[in-house]
Design a protein around this ligand. Structure first.
Ligand code: BEZ
Ligand code: FE
Length: 292
């Protein structure tokens, strides 16, 4: 029995219009989506103007997106959807007792074409005057055996102190503050980077407009992105957050988890960096697939 005063059969008619060739998962997802969206419209008595404003926002996000910018993802981020999906995925893995290193969202600034660098290299091609250099290192291990993994690809990326990733900033060289490394014979990776600083998510598109309409600040806490991939293991996508930075309690995209908050410590005797950060990662063998 419908609990509203609108056409009681309408939503079921839309759901039942799906054909028999729809896959079970597609049927499940579309049934849920249609029900929730229709309930949302009825409960809020959505007007045509409000619905059209939403459609225009989606179109604007599409028009702004290209291979360097993913505005649709950013809109999902400011309403917490990417972080929620990440939490669901991590919880399922944790329930299967195989989620040793916490995950976090990929975010819209990943670049698949990032070049490999050698361990010990510097990802800071353009050093900002106010940047603090840090030596970041760690070991990648197999979660079950605790043995070091050799040849793991560890990809990292971070924003500069002006709050911009290289693809957002014509004054930074391409691939500044990003790089791919491979673990050595002891499963170790190491490189020089900047101590990260907080930055605002871009405000010139629909995600920024939504934040302003909701009277929210746009800042992300200081973080470094990490993606670790190895043949035969589940890829790990995460971010680590500087404990000393602002916005840990109110990240604009809700990605902070306690276990991802890290400490930079003083580093002695290195003329290139006064700070050090150690971050180890445990990867889980993928029994379902042999692809990276
Ligand atoms: C990022 O971490 O780079 C990011 C994540 C979500 C929205 C914007 C930026
Ligand atoms: Fe980021």
């Amino acid at each position: 029995m419908a609990t509203h005063r609108f056409d009681p059969d309408f939503t079921d008619n839309v759901i039942n219009s799906m054909g028999s060739k729809t896959s079970p998962r597609m049927r499940q997802l579309m049934t849920g989506l249609i029900r929730h969206v229709h309930d949302f419209a009825r409960e809020n008595e959505l007007t045509v103007d409000e619905w059209m404003a939403g459609v225009e926002m989606l179109n604007w996000a599409g028009q702004m997106s290209d291979d360097k910018r993913n505005e649709g993802q950013l809109v999902c981020d400011v309403i917490g959807l990417e972080s929620l999906v990440d939490e669901i995925t991590f919880t399922l893995a944790e329930e299967a007792k195989d989620a040793p290193t916490a995950t976090a969202i990929l975010g819209p600034f990943f670049r698949a074409d990032t070049p490999y660098r050698s361990n010990g290299d510097d990802i800071v091609i353009n050093k900002p005057k106010d940047g603090q250099m840090a030596f970041m290192h760690g070991q990648i291990m197999d979660f079950a055996t605790q043995r070091p993994l050799v040849g793991v690809t560890v990809e990292v990326w971070e924003a500069s102190t002006n709050g911009l990733y290289e693809q957002q900033d014509p004054d930074q060289d391409e691939y500044n503050l990003r790089g791919k490394f491979q673990t050595d014979a002891d499963g170790r990776y190491y490189f020089y980077c900047l101590r990260p600083t907080p930055y605002p998510v871009p405000g010139d598109g629909p995600a920024g407009k939504l934040l302003a309409l909701m009277d929210r600040h746009p800042f992300r806490p200081a973080h470094i992105h990490i993606m670790a991939t190895h043949k035969g293991y589940r890829p790990l996508v995460t971010q680590i957050f500087d404990r000393k930075g602002k916005y840990l309690e109110n990240d604009s995209v809700f990605a902070v988890k306690d276990s991802l908050v890290v400490d930079f410590i003083p580093r002695d005797g290195d003329p290139h960096a006064a700070l050090e950060l150690k971050y180890d990662v445990k990867l889980v063998a993928d029994t379902q697939s042999d692809s990276v």
